[in-house]
Ligand binder design. Structure first.
Ligand code: C2E
Ligand code: MG
Ligand code: MG
Ligand code: MG
Length: 277
């Protein structure tokens, strides 16, 4: 999992330690109750329109502030949460928290929430999403869920039906990290996605690798034909943004436009203050 390793910013537990059963047990023990102790929270990263750089929404990204170890990357604790089933409780927390926060934004911008494939083992997933929407009052049209292709890989599953139920709620569904893994183009025909997120691995190389450019071109071309939006992940330089715009990518996300930040740091919170003053 070199790719998963490559992109953590908080302290990561590399190598043998990260893989060890002992480390996993430590994480698991501490993760239980982390919600109740208020150690888990969301950061929000802007997603901008490629055309004019206008922020159209934010992706909610989970953060764990461990009282002794400091920040732990989701790349380290989400897999443990998935193995232990804690992801069901954590996923519900993320949905409720993200919808609640977005419902306060007068800008009307949308919110994207990552769903783990394990959450699809819960037959009541759509009901859980509906309850987060109802509790917050957020219109479904302002919610986007991001799934990875592994949701589609599990052929024996009921996942396509669950995706259909989510779609019925009126939200949008994005295919995350596209271009890595199998990324069979046929997935794009299996389900009518609203958006494809082009993985950071290709965005990083787009200006220097002919192959990366070719992959991005294939994805944007196909998306255009299917009338699906595309978001490039991990845009860090103006040159990358220019290349992506030239290829017809419709949305951009990355440190160039903003790092994931707490809700209090969003322009939305400033607007709310001014409006209330
Ligand atoms: P992802 O959904 O693909 O999220 C994008 C990741 O890329 C985030 O890492 C983000 O901080 C990082 N990123 C964004 N722009 C840049 C950039 O310009 N440069 C670099 N180097 N990195 C950038 P993060 O926050 O560490 O999250 C990692 C992964 O953990 C996410 O990948 C997602 O798969 C998972 N994750 C995060 N929050 C949740 C959650 O609430 N639920 C679930 N199931 N998974 C989550
Ligand atoms: Mg994502
Ligand atoms: Mg992604
Ligand atoms: Mg990614």
């Amino acid at each position: 999992e070199a790719k998963r390793r490559g992109r953590g910013r908080p302290v990561r537990f590399h190598g043998a330690l990260a893989a060890s059963a002992r480390y996993r047990r430590l994480i698991e023990t501490d993760l239980r109750g982390a919600i109740a102790r208020r150690e888990l929270g969301l950061h929000y990263q802007p997603i901008v329109r490629a055309e004019d750089g206008e922020t159209v929404g934010y992706e909610a990204l989970l953060r764990w502030q461990h009282p002794a170890r400091g920040p732990i990357s989701p790349l380290d604790f989400i897999p443990v949460a998935e193995e232990t089933g804690l992801i069901h409780e954590i996923g519900a927390f993320v949905l409720h928290e993200a919808c609640r926060e977005a419902s306060r934004w007068t800008s009307g911008r949308s919110i994207a929430v990552n769903l783990s494939p394990v959450q699809f083992r819960n037959a009541a997933l759509a009901a859980q999403v509906a309850s987060a929407l109802a509790a917050s009052g957020l219109p479904a049209t302002r919610l986007e869920v991001e799934i990875t292709e592994s949701v589609l890989l599990d052929a024996s599953s009921n996942n396509l039906a669950l995706l259909g139920q989510l779609k019925q709620l009126g939200l949008r569904i994005a295919l995350d990290d596209f271009g890595t893994g199998y990324s069979s183009l046929s997935y794009l025909c299996t389900f009518r996605f609203d958006k494809i997120k082009i993985d950071r691995a290709f965005v990083r190389e787009i200006c220097v690798s002919r192959e990366a450019l070719a992959v991005v071109r294939a994805i944007t071309g196909l998306s255009r034909s299917l009338a699906i939006a595309t978001t490039a992940e991990g845009v860090e330089t103006p040159d990358q943004a220019a290349c992506l715009r030239r290829e017809g990518c419709t949305q951009l996300q990355g440190y160039l436009y903003g790092k994931p930040m707490p809700a209090s740091a969003l322009p939305e919170s400033g607007m709310a203050l001014r409006a209330g003053a």
